[in-house]
Write a protein that binds this ligand. Structure first.
Ligand SMILES: C[S@@+](CC[C@H](N)C(=O)[O-])C[C@H]1O[C@@H](n2cnc3c(N)ncnc32)[C@H](O)[C@@H]1O
Length: 278
């Protein structure tokens, strides 16, 4: 079931962030302390994530390619700081959003990074929680093509600590990913582990899942099962097969994804600044 979801075009994690958690950005956020988040604090953590991201950019950077831009909050913040930003995402909804919210200094290109045909060169390529959406080797080849010599790649996102099955949707394993980057001529300038700064967001998502999503699914199933008659028995069968079972599998899957202890055991949230050879 989970494999089918990941093979489909439906990005449930994005839907969970936007439609269930009602967050305005598509990243985990950054908490300074082990705070307990509510909706307002989760949004503040997301703003802080972008602010702290920008403080890591080298001074000589002007042009930025924002790979997997989501709905553009990082891109707009970068433009407000004077960067000239090209935002890329394959999602048609993101294209619609960018068209409806034009912003000086930001242009949007709808494309998968692997298929991007822009010429470049850029001073910095940002992958904020997007590096697990495409093959790393193909991605690094594009980075080489699109960066100026001595330009920077900055990733802020999740890497798995080992190749165990848990958290397999975090496709890239840290050691393997860094080795592929090195083979592409990218040297690590700095690496910061911010796992503890994203855990409050996970704890918040875990609470929403337990307190809202699970009871919501339960109420829906009970409602459908509460009416009598043949039609209802039919609907009950369909609900059990088509809705409840897959939903339970998904809830189990996400229960692990948002479990702070399991996350910390299997995943690192890192910020790595690479520099391309001259
Ligand atoms: C978790 S969101 C992160 C959004 C944004 N960078 C942020 O930090 O809020 C992942 C983004 O990667 C995009 N994406 C998915 N597949 C991609 C691909 N093959 N190439 C480029 N971007 C991709 C998604 O559409 C989405 O915009």
């Amino acid at each position: 079931m989970i494999d089918r979801v990941y093979q489909s075009n439906l990005d449930l994690e994005l839907l969970f962030c936007t439609n269930v958690l009602k967050l305005g950005s598509l990243h985990y956020g950054y908490s300074d302390t082990p705070e307990k988040l509510d909706m307002a604090r989760a949004r503040a953590a997301q703003t802080r994530y972008t602010e702290t991201l920008l403080t890591s950019f080298p001074a000589e950077v002007t042009t930025v390619l924002d790979v997997g831009s989501g709905i553009g909050d990082n891109a707009r913040a970068m433009a407000d700081h004077g960067y000239v930003v090209t935002a890329v995402s394959p999602d048609a909804n993101h294209e619609t959003y960018f068209a409806a919210h034009p912003h000086e200094g930001v242009r949007f290109v709808r494309s998968k990074f692997e298929a991007l045909t822009l010429a470049g060169p850029f001073d910095l390529i940002l992958m904020s929680e997007s590096q697990n959406y495409f093959d790393a080797t193909v991605g690094f080849a594009q980075v080489r093509r699109l960066l100026r010599p001595g330009g920077y790649l900055f990733i802020s996102g999740m890497l798995r600590v080992s190749s165990e099955r848990a958290f397999a949707s975090v496709v890239n394993v840290e050691a393997d990913y860094l080795a592929k980057a090195a083979a592409a001529g990218l040297t690590v300038v700095s690496q910061v582990d911010i796992t503890d700064n994203v855990l409050p967001t996970l704890e918040f998502a875990q609470r929403v899942l337990k307190e809202h999503v699970v009871p919501g699914v339960d109420v829906f199933t009970r409602y459908v099962s509460s009416t009598g008659g043949f039609a209802s028995r039919l609907v009950k069968g369909v609900v059990a097969r088509v809705f409840r079972k897959p939903m339970d599998a998904l809830i189990d899957h996400y229960a692990e994804r948002v479990d702070p202890a399991a996350f910390k055991k299997h995943v690192k949230y890192v910020r790595v600044l690479f520099r391309l050879e001259q």
